[in-house]
Design a protein around this ligand. Sequence first.
Ligand code: NDP
Length: 344
Amino acid sequence: MADTIKLALDDVFELAKTALTGQGFSEEQASAIARTISRAERDGCESHGLFRVPFYVKATKHPATNATARPVLSELATSVVRVDAGCGFCPLALETGLPVLADKARSNGIAALAINNAYNIAALWPEVEALAEQGLVSLAFTAANAFVAPAGGIKPIYGTNPMAFGWPRSGKPPMVFDQASSASARGEIQLHLRDGKPLPEGWAIDADGNPTTDPEAALAGAQLTYGGYKGAAIALMVELLAGALIGDLFSYQSSERDSVKSGAPFGGEFIIAINPETCASAGSSEGRVNTNPLAHAEELFGAVLSQDGTRLPGERRIKARERTAVDGITIPASLHQQITEFAG
Ligand code: NDP
C-alpha cells in the first residue's frame, strides 16, 4: 500500500462528514466540523485538517459529550450574545453565533460573542476571517487543556491558548493572524511524534523541567510559551477572557474534567467584532492623519511589505489555497484508512 493518498479538496468534506456521522455525530454537527476541517486542508493547515478527525471521535468517549447537540443562542445585552454549545463541538456553535455577532457589531459598533460548553479542537482563523470578510475587525480567544508551564514553572497550567485577529481589506483577502501563546501548537508536537522528527529547541521541557526535543518527553512534560514571560502573559489573558470572563473553564479545569484522557479541550471561546466605520466616525478629526481606517492600514501594510523578506500574516494560507484548489491534498494512507473505518 502507498504511504500517502491524494485527495481532491471536494472529497475532504464528504470523508470527514461520513466518518463523524458513522460515529454518532448528527448531520448538523458533522457538517459544521467537516467544513472547518475542509478549510484547514484547503489552506495547508494540516494539524487542523483530517488529522483532527480521530480527536473529534475520541472526545465523544466522555460521558457528557453530546455529538448531536443543538447550540442555543441567547442575547445577554444589546451587544453581547451567548451560544451554549451543549457539550457539542465549536464549529456548529460558531455557525450559530457569528451571523448574530456580525449584525450586532454593525449596528452597535462593537459586539462580543461568548461560546460556552464546547469542545474546541480547531484553529481560530476561520472565525476572524469570516468576520473580516464582512468588513469587521475581529479578535478571538480560546483556552485549551493544561499543556503549558507558566513562566518560571515546570508544571502545565495554561493551554496553548491561541488568539486570532482579522482586519478587513478592500479588494483583497483580510489580514489575519492566528497564533498559539505557546512556542508551538500541540498538534505540531503530535505531528512530529507521528513522523518521528525531533522538535525545534525551545518548544518544551520534560517532566523534570529539562529542555527537550523529544516529542514524547515533551507531551509528558510541558510546552513553553513563546517569548518567555511575555507569551505567558498572553496565555494568562486568554484564560481570563475565554474562561473567567464568560463563566467557563480554565485550561487546567478542562484537563481535570477530561476523565477519558481524550485531550480534547472543553470550555469557552470569546470573540469580539468591531465596525471600523463606527470608530472612524467617533470624536474630533483634528490632528488625525486619516479617518478611513482601512485605507490608513494599507499604508502600514505597504510600509511593511516594502522591506525585502517580509510578508503579511495569512499570506501562506492564501497561497496554499491556490495550490490545493489545483493539486488537492495528500494525507498519510494510515490516516485515510482510520477515517474510512470510522465511517463503517
Ligand atoms: P504559527 O506559528 O504557524 O503562525 C502564527 C501566525 O504567524 C500565523 O497567522 C502565520 O500566518 C503568521 N506568520 C508565520 N510566519 C510569518 C512571517 N514570516 N511573517 C508574517 N507572519 C507570519 O501558528 P501556531 O503554531 O502558533 O498556531 C497554529 C494554529 O493552532 C492556530 O491556527 C491556532 O488557532 C491553533 N490552535 C488551536 C488551539 C485550540 O485549542 N483550539 C490551541 C492552540 C493552537 P500564516 O498562516 O500565513 O503562516
